[in-house]
Design a protein around this ligand. Structure first.
Ligand code: ACO
Length: 324
């Protein structure tokens, strides 16, 4: 059967770093409070002239290079973001032009922090049908532009960044021994849309999005519950048990959510990929940043079973299990 394999990956964090101590000079907070509640020590911030497309471009060229392909071989560019450069055209078409991919399809996908798993699931569906062979899936965000820097309850949590995978359809064994995506599932429940949102938007006030609004406790509770349940359901569909997972790569929202989810799943802490301390929550970019970093450090190796899981505004959530 045809399966979607990760042929290459790349990630990018802007050079400017904002530490917890820097934030403590802007609002009434402290490094200790932020670290104890979230595990975050710093975040990266895009420079004034860097847009989401610029971050996406940096991650994409690394992914394309690591895949060893030419950008013109791509059939589709799928960019997950909730901070696009403009209302239209899509940020994906701008990235397409920047990387020099002339004939591919390109579109944005909006599922907030679950965007990358939504993107992988969508790309996997195109690949399994044989419609497309090579797809660039990107998660890229500039949350620094939608943060109210005077709101201490939200400004401590987010950062800017991008990550990308090149997926390729290959013939692979139809059981769990075959390389590639084994199972992927995405879900949403709009009844919680007022628990985490960005106010404003072209249809509601003729402007772009303004600032993040969040009910932190509700987000925390649902993030742990829903990520746990979707991992269990994806494992069941794949015919796997939790002990077969070599690596859990959760959305890097905050350390307490990651650890609580892993504990409920009974996954030992040494199997969790954690990078949130270095870049905070980069929304749709967090999973490919974490996975790329674990590949580059030699933790995740070819043949490993990797579970990706995400949760975000909507609420949206999803999980993908793959053999790398
Ligand atoms: N520094 C110091 N004090 C603060 C800060 C801050 N940055 N922010 C809030 N406080 C204060 C509050 O004002 C409150 O004070 P009060 O008791 O005098 O009223 C006190 O700290 C406790 O506030 P809570 O909001 O109840 O703090 P909590 O222990 O719930 O921690 C946190 C807040 C870290 C946001 C937590 O709710 C959380 O992790 N939620 C998940 C949110 C998240 O990760 N969102 C990311 C987007 S969604 C996603 O990606 C999955």
């Amino acid at each position: 059967m045809i399966k979607s394999t990760i042929k290459g990956s790349g990630s990018y964090l802007p050079s400017k770093v904002l530490t917890n101590d820097d934030i403590a000079k802007m609002v009434d907070t402290s490094d200790q409070w932020i670290f104890e509640r979230t595990g975050i020590t710093q975040r990266h911030i895009a420079s004034n002239d860097q847009l989401t497309s610029d971050l996406a471009y940096e991650a994409s060229i690394k992914a394309i290079e690591s895949a060893g392909i030419d950008a013109n071989e791509l059939d589709l560019i799928l960019l997950a973001t909730s901070t696009p450069d403009q209302v239209f055209p899509s940020t994906a078409v701008k990235v397409q032009h920047m990387i020099g991919a002339k004939e591919s399809a390109a579109f944005d996908l909006h599922a907030v922090c679950s965007g990358f798993v939504y993107g992988l699931t969508t790309a996997n569906a195109f690949i399994k049908t044989g419609e497309y062979k090579k797809i660039l899936v990107i998660g890229a965000e500039t949350y620094s532009r939608i943060i109210d820097w005077s709101d201490r309850s939200t400004c401590i949590l987010f950062g800017d960044g991008a990550g990308a995978f090149v997926l390729e359809g290959i013939h692979s064994s139809d059981d769990i021994s075959g390389t590639g995506i084994l199972e992927s599932s995405i879900k949403s429940d709009g009844k919680y849309s007022d628990k985490l949102y960005c106010n404003g938007g072209p249809s509601s006030n003729s402007k772009g999005g303004q600032y993040i609004q969040m009910n932190g406790r509700e987000v925390y509770k649902h993030a742990v519950e829903k990520q746990t349940s979707i991992v269990n359901s994806v494992l069941l569909s794949a015919g796997l048990t939790v002990d077969k997972i070599d690596w859990l790569v959760p959305h890097q929202a905050n350390l307490r959510i990651l650890e609580a989810t892993a504990k409920r799943l009974d996954i030992p802490s040494e199997k969790i990929i954690i990078t949130v301390e270095k870049h905070a929550n980069t929304s749709s970019a967090s999973i490919p940043i974490a996975m790329d970093s674990a590949i580059n450090s030699g933790k995740i190796k070819r043949g490993d079973i990797v579970m990706l899981v995400s949760f975000g505004s909507g609420f949206t959530w999803g999980a993908t299990v793959l053999r790398y």
